[in-house]
Design a protein around this ligand. Structure first.
Ligand code: SF4
Ligand code: SF4
Length: 104
């Protein structure tokens, strides 16, 4: 069991939180809005949508684990690249192969 150290984004192992002598800290990454949650600096691949192949089924919108695919009023979709992590799930699930992953 670990305690959240409120003074920073670190987890402090519970056994060490009382004994400062062996205080071990390791960084954690939490989902976050704003610059702290942006993925566009470490993503290796990005999904690109071919709108001509898109049938507006919104499967990619429903399956994106980061909810970073925006569904427009006409059910066309666009990707917010600030928060896309490049996992490729949308490309795998797209029934018409309208999404392909390309290297950054
Ligand atoms: S690559 Fe992953 S995170 Fe990015 S839009 Fe597709 S499903 Fe979402
Ligand atoms: S899954 Fe493919 S066809 Fe369906 S909305 Fe997304 S890009 Fe378009």
């Amino acid at each position: 069991m670990a305690d959240k150290d409120e003074s920073s984004n670190y987890i402090v192992p519970a056994a060490d939180s009382k004994s400062k002598a062996l205080l071990l800290r390791y960084p954690i990454s939490l989902p976050d809005f704003g610059s702290g949650g942006k993925t566009n600096q470490w993503r290796l691949q990005m999904p690109v949508i071919d709108q001509d192949k898109c049938i507006k089924c919104i499967i990619c919108w429903a399956d994106c684990p980061e909810a970073t695919i925006h569904r427009k009023s006409d059910d066309s979709v666009e990707i917010n690249y600030d928060y896309c992590k490049g996992c490729g799930i949308c490309a795998n699930e797209c029934p018409t192969k309208a999404i392909r992953m390309v290297d950054e």
